[in-house]
Design a protein. Structure first.
Ligand SMILES: Nc1ncnc2c1ncn2[C@@H]1O[C@H](COP(=O)(O)OP(=O)(O)O)[C@@H](O)[C@H]1O
Ligand SMILES: [Mg+2]
Length: 227
C-alpha cells in the first residue's frame, strides 16, 4: 500500500502582475494533501483563487512559490516537457466551457489525449474513444461535431476525453457552471459515477454547495487562503 499522498501542497503561493504594475496574491500560503482515490471539492466565490490553485495543481502554471509534489516528488525541478509528459499520462481536465476542438467530431476530441500520448494504433484509439463516449451515454453521437451537441452533451464528451487516458487525477473547474440545474445534475451524476468506477482522485472546483456536497471532503478558499 502506497501511503504517500498523490498530491501535497506545502506553503504554496502565487501572484499575478496587474496592468498597473502591482502584484495580486491569487494563492496564499496553501498547504494540503490529496490522497489517492478521494474526492475533494474546493469551494469559493468568484475571484477567490480557485482556478489559480487548480491550474498550479494541474501543472498548467509553474509560477508559484512553495512546494507542489506528486507521489512525494517535488515538481519544481521538472522541465516544461516533463510537466506535459506527466500531465498527459496522469491528469485529466474538465473546464466550465467544455473546451472541445470545434472542427473535430466527438470521438476525435476524445481521441486527442490518446494521440498525444502516442504508441497506440489509430484503430485502437477510435475504439477506446467510442467506448468512453458509451460510458457517458453518447455512443450514438460519436461522429457529431461539437456545434451539433447541447451544452450537457459537450460536457459529457469533455468528461470522456478527460478520462480516456485513465488518469490518476481528474481536475474539474466549475464543470456544471455553464449548464442549467437539471442538465448540471445529470452531468454531475455521470461524472461522479465514472470517478467512482475508475477510482480516480477528484479535485472539483465549484462555487455550488450542492455539487461540493457530493465530494467526500470540502475545502474552502477565500482570497487565496484555503481552510
Ligand atoms: N492573469 C491574471 N491577471 C490579473 N488578475 C488575475 C489573473 N488571473 C487571476 N486574476 C485575479 O486573481 C483572482 C483569483 O482568480 P481566479 O483564480 O480565476 O478565481 P476563481 O477561479 O475563484 O474565480 C481574481 O481576483 C482574478 O481577477
Ligand atoms: Mg475560476
Amino acid at each position: 500500500m502506497n501511503d504517500t499522498p498523490l498530491i501535497r501542497l506545502d506553503h504554496l503561493s502565487a501572484k499575478v502582475r496587474l496592468p498597473d504594475g502591482g502584484r495580486l496574491t491569487t494563492v496564499n500560503n496553501v498547504s494540503a494533501s490529496f490522497e489517492r482515490g478521494t474526492s475533494t471539492a474546493i469551494v469559493g466565490k468568484s475571484g477567490s483563487g480557485k482556478t489559480s490553485l487548480a491550474s498550479i495543481i494541474g501543472l498548467l502554471n509553474n509560477d508559484y512559490s512553495g512546494t507542489l509534489s506528486y507521489d512525494g516528488r517535488d515538481c519544481a525541478a521538472w522541465s516544461d516537457a516533463d510537466r506535459s509528459h506527466f500531465r498527459c499520462r496522469h491528469i485529466g481536465f474538465v473546464f466550465q466551457n467544455y473546451s472541445l476542438i470545434p472542427h473535430l467530431s466527438a470521438w476525435e476530441n476524445v481521441a486527442l489525449p490518446l494521440q498525444y500520448r502516442g504508441g497506440t494504433p489509430m484503430r485502437t484509439i477510435r475504439r477506446r474513444a467510442v467506448r468512453m463516449l458509451h460510458t457517458v451515454g453518447l455512443a450514438k453521437r460519436a461522429d457529431s461535431m461539437p456545434s451539433r451537441l447541447s451544452g450537457g452533451e459537450q460536457q459529457r464528451v469533455a468528461i470522456a476525453r478527460a478520462l480516456a487516458t485513465d488518469p490518476d487525477l481528474l481536475i474539474c473547474d466549475e464543470p456544471t457552471g455553464a449548464l442549467d440545474t437539471e442538465t448540471g445534475d445529470m452531468v454531475a451524476a455521470i461524472l461522479f459515477r465514472q470517478v467512482q468506477e475508475l477510482g480516480v482522485t477528484l479535485i472539483l472546483v465549484t462555487h455550488d454547495p450542492q455539487l461540493a456536497a457530493r465530494c467526500e471532503r470540502r475545502l474552502t478558499i477565500d482570497r487565496g487562503k484555503l481552510s
